[in-house]
Design a protein around this ligand. Structure first.
Ligand code: UN1
Length: 514
């Protein structure tokens, strides 16, 4: 494996990423660190401090994608033959490197994405968790052995890798989500071309560097930096890419599914959400309040799983909204590297404009603004993409602010009069990722678990905080039936082969010889 030509392994040299430092990043193609063939680059800047340049990245094009796919296809012919437990050992090694370097990786992530250090540490931790969890699959990758209907005949099913997988990842979990896709793909015997979000390319890049350092052979992992149309689309359209795993918006997911249909690629999609927390009148209100604050404003509301709607019983509405508005308006905004900060900036100014447009929509729809509703520009905040935690009360379930994914710190409060109405409102959007109910009544909790249309339901916990060992994904326009995480992610990254071994020494005819 040739070394990066820019400043390699800077993170292992103990430099604190919070110190202003920039780096020229390159693509990794077939084991070589290369600039883009376009000759172009783009900048990655800190959304809390615009003068802080994290690094420059290749602004790649279809030729870079083609080279990466060819390298991955070549590497596949040998990687698929490496025994799965050996493949997994590279991932265990990567887990250890990530664990040792967690603090530095988290600090760079805060600089490029904005979320607070406690959360970027959590993001790296999620990659470490995924590595340990899925590397153990190297000694499982279970198939089934089943009886044959004929004598002296053996039957089983085995998993086989797909080939080159194209992984397209978002900016809100800059390392965790690339790890959710890359690690299982590799354990299963696939090779990878990764295109991370151009808002947060450094963290995905560091993940790939860690895999290189762990000894993953040349061409098995490749990273091509750049935009959605210039790099993402060529990956999706490439005939030698066998599978696409994408996390992002439902609109882009639908386009990817359509395009992938032309070459009948497998597509695993993790898309939008409009997650809700229900608060019943019997709930522990203190707990419910902490839950919704964390679910709605943690990560500045930029999680697929973020709490975007609070569905509250009429009896406890006034108290909940009063306390919530008070607490939300006191949350401390700032640079995520400052330990006092509770809410970081949005990922960029364009996203802040988008979030603010929903504030205008909410007002025009007649909802009542009870907190926030504007950019935060006081003092040093003026240099970043900060937006005040925003709460709309008196929201009707059909309003756009109650139906569309906003992906920012905006919460819509909807009042209901019964459990049935609460679940009906919760289910009444095109999405179905995460959900939550706060109640002390076990019967109500069990009914909610049964009747809520979502891939994830929490009881007495917020909508965010999924763990890697359980399936992650959603129903309706949140996805297309695949799940990340848990043992289920292996289904996304493998093909089944059924094997029949006839040791009778004669022609036996299934369904006919009886
Ligand atoms: C996402 O926002 O796409 O469950 C992922 C959670 C995190 C993962 C979120 N563990 O909130």
């Amino acid at each position: 494996m040739s070394a990066p030509t820019a400043t390699p392994a800077t993170l292992s040299e103990g430099r604190r990423a919070s110190e202003p430092a920039r780096r020229e990043y390159l693509n990794l193609i077939g084991g070589k660190w290369l600039p883009s063939r376009t000759g172009k680059t783009f900048e990655n800047r800190n959304p809390a401090k615009s003068q802080d340049l994290v690094g420059t990245f290749p602004d790649s094009g279809s030729e870079d994608v083609d080279a990466a796919v060819k390298a991955a296809a070549r590497a596949f012919s040998s990687w698929r033959l490496v025994p799965a437990p050996r493949r997994a050992e590279f991932i265990f090694r990567a887990a250890e490197i990530l664990r040792d370097r967690k603090e530095d990786l988290a600090r760079v992530m805060t600089r490029e994405m904005g979320k607070v250090l406690a959360e970027t540490r959590g993001d790296v931790q999620e990659a470490i968790d995924m590595a340990y969890y899925i590397a153990a699959e190297g000694r499982r990758l279970f198939g089934a052995t089943v009886p044959s209907e004929l004598p002296d005949k053996f039957a089983m099913s085995v998993r086989q890798p797909l080939g080159v997988c194209g992984l397209i990842t978002p900016w809100n979990f800059p390392m965790a989500i690339p790890s959710w896709k890359t690690f299982p793909a590799l354990v299963a015997g696939n090779t990878v071309v990764l295109k991370p979000a151009s808002d947060t390319p450094a963290s995905a890049h560091h993940l790939i560097e860690v895999l290189v350092e762990a000894g993953v052979p040349e061409g098995v992992v490749n990273i091509v930096h750049g935009g959605g149309s210039t790099v993402g689309t060529p990956i999706v359209m490439h005939p030698d890419v066998k599978m696409i795993s994408f996390t992002g918006s439902s609109d882009v997911g639908k386009v990817i599914a359509e395009r992938s249909a032309k070459t009948l690629k497998r597509v695993s999609l993790e898309l939008g959400g409009k997650n809700a927390q229900i608060v019943m009148e019997d709930a522990d209100l203190d707990l419910a309040l902490e839950g919704v604050l964390w679910g709605a404003f943690g990560t500045t509301g930029q999680r697929c799983t973020a709490t975007s709607r609070l569905i509250v019983m009429r009896e406890v509405h006034d108290e909940m909204v009063r306390r919530l508005a008070d607490r939300a308006s006191k949350l401390r905004l700032g640079d995520g590297l400052d330990p006092a900060t509770e809410v970081g900036p949005l990922v960029n100014r364009a996203q802040r404009e988008r979030v603010h447009s929903y504030t205008e929509i909410g007002k025009a729809e007649g909802a009542k603004l009870v907190a926030g509703g504007a950019s935060a520009t006081e003092g040093a905040l003026g240099d970043g993409a900060f937006y005040k935690p925003t709460i709309f009360d008196q929201v009707k379930p059909s309003m756009r602010i109650a139906q569309e994914e906003i992906f920012g710190p905006v919460l819509s409060v909807i009042t209901v009069s019964s459990m049935e109405e609460a679940i009906q409102v919760l289910n009444g959007t095109p999405f179905g990722l995460s959900s939550s109910i706060y109640t002390r009544d076990v019967n109500r909790a069990m009914r909610a678990i049964r009747d809520i249309e979502a891939g994830i339901t929490y009881v007495n916990g917020p909508t965010i905080g999924a763990e890697v060992q359980l399936p992650f994904g959603g129903v309706k326009e949140t996805g297309n039936g695949h799940r990340e995480g848990g043992p289920t992610v292996i289904d996304a990254f493998t093909e089944w082969k059924s094997v029949y071994i006839d040791y009778s020494g004669r022609l036996q005819k299934a369904q006919i010889d009886r």
